[in-house]
Design a protein around this ligand. Structure first.
Ligand SMILES: Nc1ncnc2c1ncn2[C@@H]1O[C@H](COP(=O)(O)OP(=O)(O)O)[C@@H](O)[C@H]1O
Ligand SMILES: [Mg+2]
Length: 257
């Protein structure tokens, strides 16, 4: 399944959600490839602490390389980065993206999109089976979703739903219900604003890797479960097992409950 992580407005958390959701699914044993399709302002590399590559997606879009030649590994996750060099924007053909993406054999392929509806973002929309829309709980980014909805329906793409990101729970934020009423699209998950997200970015690691129990990580896990039925099997510690056994024993002895 090829899924575009998209938004109308920029800076809402597409790269962050795409990186952490992909990393989590790959850690849960799924075959996942994450592609940086924001070629003009590429940021995906920073989320994984990668800075220089011999070859990138830009070479594929110039017809100089095949996708497998520009696929790198971060633990189990396959990543296709875009170049950070301005000169690498010369002679790239965005129309070559859909065919290149269709050649990826992974179970899940996530495309980290540029914002809006320009040529770069449209190249993602013409490459995917489905989109996951990321927004913040504010009117300016919600209004762009209405435009996105129109384009997505014209292109016959499935909408997996909306992820509301950087939620602080303030009364001036739009609620999940309000966002659903305005857009007519289901909100699958709300990811809270969490300082560990930016701290992890400064370390060049997905936050779900170094803070697996932080609030934003728990939201990503719920998202993966709701969208793809992927669930973490909690390991119950030895002491917890003893505690559970003791409680059961006492319940029996004193006929509690
Ligand atoms: N839930 C969150 N809590 C705190 N900071 C976040 C959260 N999500 C994203 N950010 C930060 O917001 C900034 C923009 O996120 P990014 O994923 O690059 O957005 P986009 O890809 O939509 O432009 C980054 O610095 C990122 O670390
Ligand atoms: Mg981005």
């Amino acid at each position: 399944m090829i899924v575009g992580i998209v938004s109308g407005k920029g800076g809402v958390g597409k790269t962050t959600i795409a990186s952490n959701l992909s990393y989590y699914l790959s850690q849960m044993g799924r075959d996942v490839t994450l592609v940086d399709c924001n070629v003009t302002t590429s940021h995906l590399n920073f989320n994984f602490g990668f800075y220089g590559f011999v070859k990138t997606l830009n070479n594929v879009l110039r017809g100089e390389a095949e996708l497998w030649e520009v696929t790198y590994k971060y633990r189990n996750l396959n990543i296709v980065p875009a170049s950070l060099r301005l000169e690498d924007l010369n002679y790239i053909d965005l129309a070559a993206l859909p065919r290149a993406i269709r050649n990826i054999k992974s179970e899940f392929v996530f495309l980290d999109s540029a914002p809006g509806f320009g040529r770069e973002a449209m190249s993602v929309l013409t490459s995917v089976d489905a989109v996951l829309i990321v927004t913040t709980p504010f009117m300016c980014s919600i209004a762009d979703i209405l435009r996105m909805r129109k384009i997505v329906s014209e292109l016959n793409i499935e909408t997996l739903g909306i992820v509301v990101n950087m939620v602080k729970g303030k009364n001036y934020e739009l609620s999940k219900r309000e966002i659903e009423a305005i857009t007519g699209i289901k909100v699958v998950e709300c990811v809270p604003y969490d300082e560990n997200v930016e701290y992890s970015l400064s370390l060049g690691k997905p936050f779900i890797e170094i803070f697996p129990e932080t609030k934003a990580s728990l939201a990503i896990k719920r998202l993966a479960n709701k969208l793809f039925g992927v669930e973490e099997i909690k390991k119950v510690g030895f002491l917890n097992e003893i505690k559970k056994g003791l409680i059961e024993f006492l319940k029996g002895k004193f006929k509690i409950i």
